[in-house]
Design a protein around this ligand. Structure first.
Ligand code: WT7
Length: 561
């Protein structure tokens, strides 16, 4: 394996010296040589399944699934068999390397099996969050040109099949399909448990994840098999995963966290994951932590705050003593949450900063460094981050600017599907990748997150593009124009606030507000629906006709009042 040497560079001691040494000596190319050796072709599935089986871990647990109405578990051997069978189903329906399989499912074993089965055959996965409604689903299926889809009968009603000429195979995991659909279980049961790998290049696509931008349609970020290097390294250094851990990343695999750390990163280390079905519930979540003896937990500040709000009479009833540490992502980790964890659970929370585009943890409170409260931490070794001005010049400590990362890390998105130009915008200030976040750095090299610069909304850790919500609102007969922004909120980080200009003849009422909210909810997604509205005479625009997000930002903050 030869990984010892690299882990050795970061011994997990709370010692800045070793971090500096690792930053000087480590490179991802070095790791690539250890990982891939002389193998010309690779496949991430080989690394997360076959590699574990070869190391004698085949009978160890890979996946615990826990929902109200279903509990299941899979060892690496069992997972392997299911993955092979599903891979053969894709073969049977003619899907080949580079074709796209969309997965539109709630968290369930079939989702993970389908994902790995596709990747094993070089088929590119298009994950779609289960809360998406027809407009969002259509957008993703049309843009990716998916040839096959795994979904369930309930979600199928949101798939506008007659508008999707490329879609030729639809597999249903639950409920009754129709004459045009296939039954996932009988197809898988009828397929051989053995199959061949499709060996791919490091740069070959693994999945396309659609992520909201500020202005325009969601961007299909193309992630590649090479991301395993970054996921392996951060699982070791940031999450500190060890053989005997049980890991729970609460994010849904419709988002990057639920993909990268929901299963790839822990399985690269042969560590079992818990997948919890159903919606958030403070009590259920605490029970799951106890029941599965979760030792490393990756979640988000909104979830922590909701558990805190549920009260000691809820979380105090469960034994969470197996937790070694907690990690946080998606929104600022506030001091009160950290205090609660230290005092009540007796463990620290390590903040991790990254995004859909970066594919892996980038700036983190590493275990080998002291935590500074309020800071997102320091760059993972191998990553060079900086704060730059609008010309790409590095700024000195304490100056707020664009949070940027030097291009070229292994988990970086390689393209925006079908839109190279959009992709290149990220790298307009070479050699930097411009994140869209504002930040400053202190004299010790710790970074401090200062919000988005571009109007992308982050509500309860979920990324929402204002443009999409505005487009939806404008479709409603009562709305002439709309502008949408994130308004700071104590529990959810931000809530969505919509400013609307009404069509002549319409008057504002509470009922109209509810109607508009529902219109977005049922057309786009529940989490994209505005929670607050205000009526305006007009929406401010920039000279090129886009909504002026700076002015809207002032409105939501109620500046100038
Ligand atoms: C945006 C990316 C991959 C992480 C999950 C979200 C915000 C991310 C932090 C953090 C404060 C954070 C940023 C970023 N964000 N991590 N530790 N503290 N804010 O991925 O949906 O692509 O959203 O989430 O604003 O740009 P995403």
């Amino acid at each position: 394996m030869g990984n010892q040497k690299i882990i050795g560079a970061l011994p997990g001691e709370h010692n800045l010296q070793d971090y500096d040494k690792a930053c000087r000596e480590f490179s991802f190319e070095m790791l690539a040589r250890e990982f891939y050796g002389n193998a010309g072709k690779i496949n991430i599935v080989h690394r997360v399944i076959d590699h574990n089986i070869e190391r004698g871990r085949g009978d160890r647990m890979a996946l615990y699934y826990d929902a109200d109405d279903r509990q299941a578990s899979y060892t690496f051997n069992e997972l392997n068999e299911q993955v092979n069978r599903f891979a053969n189903v894709l073969d049977k329906y003619g899907l080949q390397k580079g074709d796209r399989l969309a997965i539109f499912l709630p968290r369930s074993p079939e989702l993970y099996i389908s994902f790995l089965g596709a990747a094993k055959k070089g088929v590119i996965v298009v994950p779609m969050f289960e809360a998406f409604m027809k407009d969002a689903v259509r957008e993703r299926l049309l843009s990716s040109g998916a040839q096959a889809l795994v979904t369930n009968a309930e979600l199928l009603s949101r798939v506008p099949r007659q508008e999707l000429p490329d879609l030729r195979a639809v597999l249903i995991t639950q409920g009754a399909g129709d004459a045009q659909t296939l039954d996932w279980y009988s197809e898988v049961a009828g397929a051989s448990p053995r199959t061949e790998f499709c060996w791919v290049n490091r740069e070959d696509p693994l999945f396309i994840l659609y992520a909201a931008g500020a202005d325009g349609r969601p961007k299909g970020l193309v992630h590649v098999h090479d991301m395993m290097l970054g996921l392996w390294a951060t699982a070791a250094w940031v999450h500190d995963l060890k053989e005997d851990d049980v890991y729970w990343c609460t994010a849904d695999p419709g988002w990057i966290t639920g993909i990268a750390y929901g299963f790839w990163a822990p399985w690269l280390h042969g560590v079992p994951v818990l997948v919890k079905g159903g919606r958030f519930d403070a009590e259920q979540w605490c029970r799951a932590l106890e029941k599965y003896r979760v030792s490393v937990w990756y979640s988000a500040p909104t979830a922590f705050r909701m558990i805190i709000a549920a009260g000691k009479e809820v979380y105090g009833r469960y034994d969470l003593g197996r937790l070694r540490h907690i990690l946080s992502v998606g929104e600022p980790l506030t001091d009160d949450v950290m205090q609660w964890s230290l005092e009540t659970l007796g463990v620290p929370i390590y903040d991790t900063w990254w995004m859909s585009e970066t594919g892996m943890n980038m700036i983190c409170n590493l275990r080998c460094l002291n935590i500074k409260m309020g800071s997102i931490g320091r760059p993972v070794p191998g990553i060079q981050a900086a704060v730059v001005d609008d010309e790409g010049n590095e700024l000195p400590p304490y100056r707020i600017g664009n949070l940027a990362v030097r291009a070229g890390w292994p988990a970086m998105a390689r393209d925006v599907w079908g839109n190279r130009e959009k992709y290149e915008e990220y790298f307009r200030l070479k050699p930097w990748f411009i994140s869209g976040d504002a930040a400053y750095m202190d004299e010790d090299g710790y970074f401090y997150f200062q919000g988005r610069v571009d109007g992308v909304i982050n509500t309860a850790g979920e990324r929402v593009g204002p443009w999409e919500v505005e487009e939806k609102l404008r479709e409603h007969p009562a709305v002439q124009d709309a502008g949408v922004a994130g308004k700071p909120d104590k529990i959810r980080g931000e809530i969505i606030k919509a400013y609307v200009v009404l069509q002549p003849g319409y008057e504002w009422s509470h009922a109209l507000g509810e109607e508009l909210r529902n219109f977005v909810k049922t057309g786009l997604a529940a989490h994209a629906a505005p929670r607050e509205f205000a009526v305006k005479e007009s929406i401010p625009k920039t000279p090129d006709g886009k909504v002026d997000r700076k002015v809207l930002r002032g409105w939501v903050l109620e500046l100038g009042k």
